[in-house]
Design a protein around this ligand. Structure first.
Ligand code: HEC
Ligand code: HEC
Length: 266
């Protein structure tokens, strides 16, 4: 009985002074969270994404994720797919466990929800024109696309920014990526979203599809091969060809096949 009382007193003392929780706190001063249990947006984003997309979704080497038009263009499942599977043919890696990455489904969800809460600012969209969808089933008309390009793009891309129609630039960027740029804009680069670009002109799904078809028609199938387009009889000398070899091979690997795998992996 005396023992029981002593134990009870001790327990009550602990309850009042909080000695148990104090000990707990001491132990968890340096909480060890297993990497796959971490679901805080800040740490997930900071560890996995900010190096390329910038610390608060802007100003990194890859596109701004805090662009509200981009957040509106991509729905939850597109965001989840981009994070889980990456974007084939680009530097966007696959993070999902299912694709050999490190992030669990719950962590991918936390990233999607966190981006939405922070960067999908409601009310920033003008509603004058219907936003074209992320993907389309329409067939592009390249010659109408060229007319639109002359009207809407040349004013900015005619001079020093001609590289948008450069066959080699186009070999580095897939059609879906062009479509995303055209609709959502690239505020980080200073390229406006589709509504601003097409001020006063139509900017329908068909128009965007046509401009992409026009740009795609200019894409080089042999990027980095300076002699590909030359007429017969002006072939490079053996030395020139050898000098060009490594670059050509490298480019082919990172670009030509990019579009291929984009199609097959999806
Ligand atoms: C090594 C650099 C790199 C890292 C790290 C990276 N990204 Fe990306 N990400 C890119 C590039 C490059 C693109 C553009 C792909 C393209 O041109 O379509 C991109 C595109 C995206 C897109 C748009 C996809 C689309 O359909 O247009 C989203 C969303 C995205 N990244 C989210 C993330 C998130 C979230 C993380 C962290 C878990 C992350 N990225 C980490 C390079 C990176
Ligand atoms: C108000 C000026 C302006 C207009 C109009 C404009 N752009 Fe741009 N665009 C820019 C700027 C600035 C950049 C940043 C890259 C640069 O400086 O070359 C850019 C970048 C781009 C890029 C990405 C290049 C990259 O480095 O990845 C593409 C693709 C593009 N524009 C296509 C178009 C197309 C197609 C149109 C017409 C539908 C258009 N732009 C209209 C200013 C403009």
């Amino acid at each position: 009985m005396r023992n029981f009382l002593a134990a009870a007193a001790l327990a009550a003392g602990c309850l009042l002074s909080g000695c148990g929780s104090h000990r707990l706190r001491m132990n968890s001063e340096q909480p060890v969270t297993r990497p796959d249990q971490m679901v805080s947006f800040e740490s997930l984003y900071g560890k996995n994404c900010s190096a390329c997309h910038g610390s608060s979704g802007q100003g990194g080497p890859a596109l701004d994720l805090n662009n509200p038009v981009l957040q509106q263009l991509l729905d939850d499942s597109s965001l989840r797919r981009a994070i889980q599977d990456g974007v084939a043919g680009t530097l966007m890696p696959a993070f999902g466990e299912s694709a050999g990455g490190m992030l669990t489904d719950a962590q991918v969800d936390a990233l999607v929800k966190g981006m939405r809460a922070r960067w999908a600012t409601a009310g920033t969209m003008r509603t004058a024109a219907q936003m074209p969808p992320e993907t389309t089933t329409l067939i592009g008309n390249a010659s109408h696309g060229e007319q639109l390009y002359q009207m809407d793009c040349r004013s900015c891309h005619g001079g020093a920014r001609q590289q948008v129609t450069d066959p080699t630039y186009l070999a580095l960027v897939s059609d879906p990526a062009l479509r995303t740029i055209l609709i959502a804009g690239r505020p980080d680069l200073g390229h406006p979203d589709w509504q601003t670009v097409a001020q006063g002109h139509a900017a329908s799904d068909q128009d965007v599809t046509d401009v992409v078809a026009y740009l795609a028609s200019l894409r080089s199938m042999t990027p980095g091969q300076p002699y590909a387009a030359q007429p017969q009889g002006e072939q490079p000398t053996a030395t020139e060809a050898a000098a060009n070899q490594p670059t050509t091979a490298k480019r082919k690997q990172s670009t030509g096949q990019a579009t291929e795998s984009f199609k097959t992996e999806k």
